[in-house]
Design a protein around this ligand. Sequence first.
Ligand code: ADP
Length: 171
Amino acid sequence: MMKNKRVELVKGDITSLEVDAIVNAANSSLLGGGGVDGAIHKAAGPELYKECEGLKGCATGEAKITRGYGLKAKHVIHTVGPVWYGGYRDEHVTLASCYQASLSIAKKNKIKTIAFPGISTGVYGFPKDLAALIAVNESNRFLKKNAYPEKVIFVAYDDESYETYRKLLDQ
Ligand code: ADP
């Protein structure tokens, strides 16, 4: 289906993936929350929380790595997406930075496979179609210049997100 074999789309729960790293849509405290963050902490267990405590938070648009503990994924890359304020605060720039920062950490750690949820597209309210466009563009840009990560997997949690990514990747 997809010409570019370094980019994949799957539907479902990111916590079930057996990959080198899954990305967490964290908040700046890195101490857990709802949505995908809550699901990741629940599946990883209390050791993840302990390691996150030691990181002393993370700025918006940046990323930090931990181990995966109870997850099938070896690592979690925690990135803090922007809250959507209608597009007036350069949210698209910050979201692009989340993808670049996460992919740079993956490269540094020689991570072969990395899976992204739709950063900022839940409680943070970023429009899903624009977020998916940024996710795909930033990933393609990074992959062109770097050997690691070898593969980026976009994880769509619902049908609507799946269709949005599919249209972008099918071209
Ligand atoms: P944010 O605060 O960055 O908006 P959320 O966790 O509220 O983060 O939502 C981010 C995206 O992750 C949303 O599109 C949501 O549907 C999706 N999501 C929620 N739970 C999971 C999960 N277990 N696996 C993959 N994606 C998920």
